[in-house]
Design a protein around this ligand. Sequence first.
Ligand SMILES: Nc1nc2c(c(=O)[nH]1)N[C@H]1C(S)=C(S)[C@@H](COP(=O)(O)O)O[C@H]1N2
Ligand SMILES: [Mo]
Length: 363
Amino acid sequence: MRAEAEALAWRALDAVRPPPRLVDWSILSIVALQIVTGFVSFTLGSPSGWPVFWLHRILGLTLVALLGFKLARVRYRLTRREEWQASTLVSILTLTAAVGALATGIAWVFGLDVRIAYWTLLSVHVGFGIALLPLVVWHLTSRFRLPQRHDFHRRRTTIKYAALLLSGALAYRSQELAKRALDTPGADRRFTGSQPRAGAGNASFPVTSWVADDPDPVDRSEWALTVAGEVETPRDYGYDELSLDSSDEALLDCTSGWYTVQRWRGVRIGDLLDAAGVDDEARFVRFVSVTGYRWSLPIEEARDALLATHVGDERLSHGHGAPIRLVAPGRRGFQWVKWIQRVEVRRRDDPAQWLVTLISGFE
Ligand SMILES: Nc1nc2c(c(=O)[nH]1)N[C@H]1C(S)=C(S)[C@@H](COP(=O)(O)O)O[C@H]1N2
Ligand SMILES: [Mo]
């Protein structure tokens, strides 16, 4: 009886799984795609970016099935001691990172909001994902097999892939429905996956650094805001010289997985630019922190944005970027530069900012 059931299970598996080499190559391609879509998703702050998040989730669930196929095939290499080789360790590490990334990703989508040490589940998910890249490459160097001609050219294979992707999409859909039915906290996540932090003012949302920025508190009486670059009259403003009468409600969405809606008050950047007189060739505005951390916005977008000194009617706390920070609606949190001391009007964009935000906190 047991043998029959097992034979049946294997036959069912064969009916749905693609040829082994294709499974391996698919896993590799999906991991690569996940790393790309994962990174791109970090840059998306407006709802039109939703397809990237969907693709990431559906591919992730498809990967669960592909890993299952793969494990069914190679499990004896892990369970039988006499099969162990040096490369087995790499395989186990790769598997751990993959399972870790998938488990944390799925738990996050379900709305589980626990912290592991200091990190949100989403940050742990990103960590596993980043670890997976070198591991997969390393794993590949010991197990590299090119796909063969006979792996392709089969209608059945195409159908199997279509079925796989479809079941990934269906699994994602059912997960969303289950979540809504169970009313888990994740039910009101944004399209980015971020969970709400309610309330107003400094204490209602976390203080976050992108990587390592952690400056000493900035003394308002010694601080000045410099407006310079492609302008007619560069100028320094003391804190008391700024007219802090513009305000906006705006949503801050951090890539570590939370968002908050606050009323921010401060200086309209367009007013600063008008006072300085912008040259015709100016295209971007760069915001530079006391730590060197910086980000640029296209000039038209920057004009509408705020440099905020207040949040929810309180003066910004040091952690939230006092004396002044950028409020950039529709941009992810890491672009909302804190502790700003320079506003530079420029002709060009600033690709180096990507690197600078990663290393600015290190000496
Ligand atoms: N100078 C500087 N600005 C920064 C950061 C940073 O590390 N350094 N972190 C960014 C990130 S990742 C986010 S989500 C927001 C967080 O703002 P908060 O700490 O007020 O919540 O600030 C952004 N501005
Ligand atoms: Mo963030």
